[in-house]
Write a protein that binds this ligand. Sequence first.
Ligand code: AP5
Length: 220
Amino acid sequence: MRIVLLGAPGAGKGTQCKKIIAEYGLEHLSSGDILRQQRAAGTELGKKAQSYMDSGALVPDDVIVGMMVDAITKISDGGFVLDGFPRTVNQARELDKALKAAGNKIDVVINLEVDDDAIARRITGRRSCPKCGAVYHVENMKPLVEGKCDNDGVDLVQRPDDTLEVVKNRLKNYHEQTAPVVGYYRENNTVSDIDANGNPDAVNESVLGMLKAFSVSQNE
Ligand code: AP5
């Protein structure tokens, strides 16, 4: 399956991706994670992306499209979940073009819907492990020991773009530039809207139920 997971910043895309890949054995391709890896490695691409990410702006399409198409091409069996990409209609068109050239297409588009108020609380309360990447929340998904990663005991950190001020900009950019991507997919694919205001397990039940129904329909 080739899945696109859409949703506002902090809607729970990364959280749900981990559960989808555990169930279906797909590759998880997060544009944000790849950009953060590039920044940590000090690459030219990472340096170009830095100021955009820190202010909550989108990194230009010409940087993102090549990076993501390259990552998709490296997947041998072709099954993946895209998290954070595409984020503009132009990125979605370029993705479709690249997949078509390889004889492929997006099979499932999932749109996580969350109220903006909940988004701000989710993002400002997020903490992550700099070593293994595990994600927590100070209220909703607490680690066993406050401030420490359950997997390796490392001190949890807050992403620099997870402040309230930057979140406002990320949400503004989402509504202006990314929400139209949902419309793009509605014209060409079936989009499954999921109410993602509930707790992570409830959202996961809806997502996996939808994917199971899709798999069954493909095998009929
Ligand atoms: P990116 O890293 O993609 O950030 P994002 O889309 O803003 O998404 P997040 O990672 O913040 O949130 P998420 O939806 O994965 O939520 P999570 O599961 O962690 O992008 C960062 C930056 O990179 C962008 O601003 C841009 O500059 C650049 N960029 C990336 N891709 C780009 C592209 N394609 N084009 C241009 N620029 C690009 O959950 C959030 C928190 O909520 C966690 O603490 C979690 O524990 C908690 N939580 C999750 N689900 C629930 C729930 N159901 N109930 C309660 N709490 C929950």
